[in-house]
Design a protein around this ligand. Structure first.
Ligand SMILES: Cc1cc2nc3c(=O)[nH]c(=O)nc-3n(C[C@H](O)[C@H](O)[C@H](O)COP(=O)(O)O)c2cc1C
Length: 379
């Protein structure tokens, strides 16, 4: 794969700087939040490998940064549990996203154990307890190979800022598909301008539907952390810094009080119509339509690897799951299928779209999101 790394001079030379991007204030001139809530990103590599692996696992992506995980750790095995109190409710009524997030954490866990020469045997959904999502048996073995992706775990961040609307790098589909490592999960990459335009229009329509659905809108807003004190207390959720907005909006946003769900929804919709749908390609990870929570865990593992690969290659990435969230809401409420049908156009009627994202070259680096430290999530 050709790897045109992000480099502003390069981009200017390529004439790819669009008017949209130029008109946006650069984010970097207003400093991002800092403090204990961000300390886990300075990954502490001291102590036993099992503990280091949990410290890496908590840096994984999760829906709305809910971090819906708990870990039971011994030297021989780590058990991963869903923290169902951290489910997104109406925004994720089938807990598809919750399980994808757990799969993301599992992938970081395994990558880190392997890096420390621990052979891992993973069993997904090992017993009848629905909260017990995985068991990882650990055996020391010097022959275990370390995957280079392990080195970018602390550098992977969701980038919600503007990307260049340029072409996708050659070989992108194959390079991303290489990361799947599971026959259960398939990747569909949309790069043609007409496909991207259709996907964007559907994403905007799904965002409008979520904003108009008071229960979904409130469920989303419950995880928004506005003040520094909020962030330090909870160490989870979405912050103003992570929204991809420029310095001016972040500065005035922090000065004003916590917005209502309705006004946060309007900002989100505006961002989705403009810079949050820029990029080189949209992608969909899908499974069979009858897939269960175990398949969603596999999707999470695949997605985490793809996001780490993107970070390694200097590509920015943002999940855009509005259509899948509406697809689940239609199923939950028995509504006529609208977004389910729109997504089936890309993945086929026998498959279910599970994880949607955009990828491209970003104008600016993403900000870190808060994290609960490993000690908070050990059982
Ligand atoms: C299953 C899943 C669904 C997500 N859906 C969205 C989404 O629709 N829009 C978005 O901006 N971010 C989405 N994200 C990204 C999370 O919000 C993000 O991982 C979290 O806030 C932590 O930030 P980080 O990825 O920078 O560590 C999703 C992540 C996961 C794992």
């Amino acid at each position: 794969m050709e790897r045109p790394r992000f480099n502003r001079r390069n981009l200017i030379r390529r004439g790819l700087l669009g008017a949209t991007v130029l008109s946006l204030p650069a984010c970097r001139y207003y400093p991002a939040e800092s403090g204990e809530a961000f300390a886990p990103w300075d990954l502490d590599e001291g102590g036993p490998p099992e503990l280091i692996a949990v410290r890496a696992a908590v840096l994984a992506a999760s829906p709305h940064n809910t971090q819906p995980w708990r870990f039971q750790v011994t030297a021989e095995r780590i058990d991963l549990f869903a923290d169902l109190d951290r489910a997104l409710g109406a925004l994720d009524p089938l807990t598809r996203e919750l399980h994808i997030g757990l799969g993301c954490a599992l992938e970081n866990l395994v990558l880190t154990l392997n890096h420390h020469r621990r052979r891992t045997t993973v069993v997904l959904s090992p017993d009848a307890d629905p909260a017990h999502v995985a068991t990882v048996a650990i055996t020391p073995d010097d022959a275990v190979r370390s995957d280079p992706l392990v080195h970018v775990i602390p550098d992977r961040h969701t980038n919600r800022g503007p990307y260049l609307d340029g072409p996708a790098p050659e070989g992108l589909a194959a390079a991303l598909a290489d990361q799947l490592q599971s026959p259960v999960v398939a990747l569909t990459l949309l790069t043609a301008p007409e496909d991207r335009a259709a996907f964007k229009a559907d994403t905007v329509a799904a965002t409008e539907a979520i904003v108009a659905d008071a229960e979904m809108s409130e469920a989303s807003h419950a995880w928004y952390r506005h003040t520094h004190a909020d962030i330090e207390q909870h160490r989870d959720g979405i912050t103003l810094d992570s929204t991809g907005n420029g310095s001016t909006l972040r500065f005035f946003g922090k000065l004003s009080g916590r917005p209502s769900a309705a006004s946060a929804g309007e900002y989100w919709l505006k961002a989705t119509r403009s810079f949050q749908t820029t990029g080189a390609a949209y992608a969909i990870l899908s499974t069979r339509a009858d897939a269960d929570a175990t398949a969603a865990l596999e999707v999470g593992r695949a997605f985490q690897r793809i996001h780490l690969f993107a970070a390694q290659e200097g590509l920015a990435l943002q999940p855009l799951n509005q259509q899948a969230e509406r697809q689940d809401r239609e199923l939950q409420l028995g509504l006529p299928t609208d977004f389910g049908a729109r997504l089936a156009r890309w993945v086929g009627a026998l498959r279910r779209a599970q994880m949607l994202f955009r990828v491209g070259y970003a104008w600016d680096e993403a900000k870190r999101s808060p994290r609960r430290p490993a000690e908070w999530v050990l059982s």
